[in-house]
Design a protein around this ligand. Structure first.
Ligand SMILES: [Zn+2]
Length: 446
């Protein structure tokens, strides 16, 4: 396989349409690997792999079979015979990979609130588990060990957003709090659970010095006045302006590095465990775009140390619907802020280009040129010996033309592979074919 060509697809949609119909379309589009969200829960459970964790894997399996998750229903997936599905897919030259989502679980956190990430104010997330927590690590390592030991032929394990935050920028929830940029990101107030605090101290960070600094910056970030917003927009107007905050508070840089080491060590632990069982299995890790992945503790330059493939998720037509949520929350609190003002600040900070109105950002997303810049950044950071597979939008509101343009931009940026994102649901089928046609046109596949 020269170029990696895959898709993040929804099993229950493919099942309803007919697996043969769906698989033949993927094959026609040159797609050789399918990642189904929740697929990890379709494999059977062998209890001896979970002796080191308080988490019972059936908790998540039963919950998803009954309720699904934010990416749709899962009942057909969890009730199907995954071995038979993998065999059928193989007859179309399609491999079903093992996607596993180590960050989010509402049922697990409802049962074990202690496993959640905790902010500077001591508030626990209802959604995100902490990657430092030994029970969380033992659960995911046990689940992976269980699946690969009992199911032959798994070629790739994809870790879907290992990160440290209260939410994932790709699926920003409605309850997100209004916090001014860029202090929200630069002086990030999580995670302060006891395991993270212990690890920070081990990494040489004086948490007693750090906490008051973060607390005072957090106070500024939640001072929701027009003057404070304007001051912060002016203080951090250009890229070089950011350097001043690290000169003033060098410990913030240590804190961001420490958070990255927590995330990296989680992936590293999985990688070591998997390679010890079967060195041929590839480890891929899903990261948000490099312009802000550090806020989640995801560092592109570190990826070659512990994974084989980095998947850069950048759904340019769709990300606006999520990224506009926290911005709108700020505008609700400070109604004097015009769309253009807050978007100007947002675009400067992230280095993005896009529309001037919040409605347009939300409905149409960012300019496609951002796919090129983020791909190129990622590729330069990881170097030539590590693969960047670019995750491109295939969902609505993207049209076939948007998909084609995104493929071209990723190609221009030096992508080592392409993965079409369909998880938001009801993606137009012509987008899948357009994806394959453009890859053929530019000679990436035959
Ligand atoms: Zn923690």
């Amino acid at each position: 396989m020269s170029k990696y060509v895959g898709a993040w697809a929804i099993y229950d949609e493919d099942y309803t349409e007919g697996l043969d119909v769906a698989f033949s379309r993927y094959k026609e589009a040159g797609i050789q690997r399918i990642m189904y969200g929740g697929v990890a829960h379709s494999f059977s459970v062998h209890q001896e792999h979970y002796t080191d964790t308080c988490i019972d894997p059936m908790l998540e399996i039963d919950y998803e079979a009954a309720n699904g998750d934010q990416f749709g229903t899962k009942c057909h997936l969890i009730n199907s015979d995954i071995t038979e599905v993998r065999k059928l897919a193989a007859s179309y030259n399609i491999d079903i990979g093992l996607n596993i989502t180590p960050g989010v679980s509402e049922p697990i956190i409802a049962k074990h609130p202690d496993l959640a990430v905790e902010d500077i104010e001591g508030r626990k997330s209802n959604h995100w588990m902490c990657p430092s927590n030994p029970d969380v690590r033992a659960y995911f390592n046990g689940r992976i060990e269980d699946i690969i030991s009992n199911n032959a032929g798994i070629k790739e394990i994809e870790l879907d957003v290992v990160g440290l935050d209260f939410y994932d920028p790709q699926v920003v929830p409605d309850w997100v709090l209004p916090e001014l940029y860029p202090l929200r990101q630069l002086a990030i107030g999580n995670c302060f659970c006891k395991h993270c605090t212990e690890m920070a101290e081990k990494n040489g960070i004086d948490v007693n010095t750090l906490k008051p600094i973060i607390r005072s910056l957090y106070k500024e970030a939640t001072t929701l006045t027009y003057d404070k917003f304007t001051d912060l927009s002016i203080l951090y107007r250009g890229v070089f302006d950011i350097v001043r905050i690290f000169l003033k508070y060098p410990i913030l840089l240590d804190w961001l590095k420490h958070r990255a080491s927590v995330v990296g060590s989680f992936v590293n632990e999985v990688n070591k465990k998997v390679k010890a069982i079967d060195p041929s299995i590839l480890i891929s890790s899903d990261l948000v775009a490099p312009s802000f992945s550090w806020a989640l503790g995801q560092i592109y330059a570190d990826q070659p140390l512990f994974s084989d493939i980095t998947k850069l998720m950048f759904y340019h037509k769709r990300i606006g619907a999520f990224e506009s949520k926290p911005l709108r929350k700020i505008q609700v609190e400070i109604p004097e802020i015009a769309d253009k003002e807050i978007l100007d600040q947002y675009y400067r900070l992230k280095g993005f280009s896009g529309p001037d109105s919040m409605n347009e950002l939300s409905e149409k997303g960012l300019d496609v040129e951002n796919v090129y810049y983020e791909t190129r950044k990622a590729k330069i950071e990881v170097g030539d010996n590590h693969k960047i597979v670019v995750g491109l939008v295939g969902d609505q509101p993207a049209t076939a033309k948007d998909v084609e343009e995104a493929v071209l931009m990723a190609h221009k940026g030096g992508a080592d592979g392409y993965c079409l994102h369909l998880w938001y649901g009801n993606a137009p089928k012509e987008n899948i074919l357009a994806f394959g046609n453009m890859l053929k046109k530019i000679g990436e596949i035959e």
